[in-house]
Write a protein that binds this ligand. Structure first.
Ligand code: ATP
Ligand code: MG
Length: 248
């Protein structure tokens, strides 16, 4: 059972305060959506939770299962069960999904990272790729090198399926996906929720939530929480934009 709590978080990037006191909580089996205009701080929040260097926490805290993770580096946070699917996944020349999965497995087991992994991992990788409609050859392609926009997003979700993290943060998993892709990603997100994972999903589009209803919707605006509600809030944003928000 996992819970992630962000408490009054202020974050500076390159000397500029981007988040100005953001609080939210997501627990096991919950889908918490984060919406908000471009530049409101959604990805900054995701990166800060994942521990990306350069995202300086000025005040506040991030708790995983009640314990602060601020002192942990990104690898340690990942090993503790926090996964971030990037908005814009970077190409990783020389890194292949299967070797990455083997390396993570070995690291978790305290084995030499470059050693052979468990043969069952291959099956798991193939199953995950199938669920996101990528063929088996993607297990051995250099990660995100020459991938289409939609293929990159599918690959992020495949990794969430393989690594079975307790806390899954997906930054715009539906951007650039075709109609069938949005439907299948929504189904996978619902599956994660049913398995008891805690989900933070950033999106601009309520269409994702026509397939999987969020439990909570938090709207960020200029680095602050400007509104919080249920799925109706996502639909309101779809219909009205952000003009109803009152934050300075
Ligand atoms: N390294 C940086 N240097 C300067 N400003 C930055 C840096 N990183 C982020 N910002 C600024 O922080 C603000 C929030 O960016 P962020 O990427 O979190 O927005 P977002 O809500 O994810 O937007 P989008 O919907 O476009 O993805 C933006 O104004 C952005 O320009
Ligand atoms: Mg973003």
């Amino acid at each position: 059972m996992a819970s992630l709590e962000v408490k009054d978080l202020a974050v500076r990037v390159e000397g500029k305060e981007i988040l100005k006191g953001v609080s939210l909580k997501v627990s096991s089996g919950e889908l918490h959506a984060i919406m908000g205009p471009n530049g409101s701080g959604k990805s900054t929040l995701a990166y800060t939770i994942a521990g990306k260097p350069g995202y300086e926490v000025v005040s506040g805290d991030i708790l995983l299962n009640g314990e602060s993770i601020l002192d942990l580096d990104p690898d340690e946070r990942a090993l503790k069960g926090i996964f971030l699917g990037f908005q814009d996944p970077p190409p990783l020349p020389g890194v292949r999904l299967l070797s990455l999965v083997n390396a993570v497995y070995n690291k978790k087991k305290g084995l030499p990272v470059t050693g052979r992994g468990d043969p069952r991992l291959f099956k798991k990788v193939v199953q995950a790729l199938e669920l996101v409609s990528l063929s088996t050859e993607y297990a051995n392609r250099e990660l995100n090198v020459g991938f289409s926009g939609g293929e990159k997003k599918r690959m992020e979700v495949a990794q969430a399926l393989i690594f079975e993290p307790e806390v899954i943060i997906l930054d715009e998993p539906d951007s650039g996906l075709d109609a069938e892709g949005v439907r299948s990603i929504a189904k996978i997100i619902d599956g994660f929720r049913k398995e008891g994972r805690a989900l933070l999903v950033i999106t601009h589009y309520a269409r994702l939530f026509s397939f999987v209803e969020p439990d909570v919707v938090t709207v960020l605006y200029k680095g602050r929480v400007a509104a919080r509600g249920g799925a109706e809030l996502a639909r309101r944003i779809e219909n009205e934009g952000f003009s109803f928000l009152r934050v300075n």
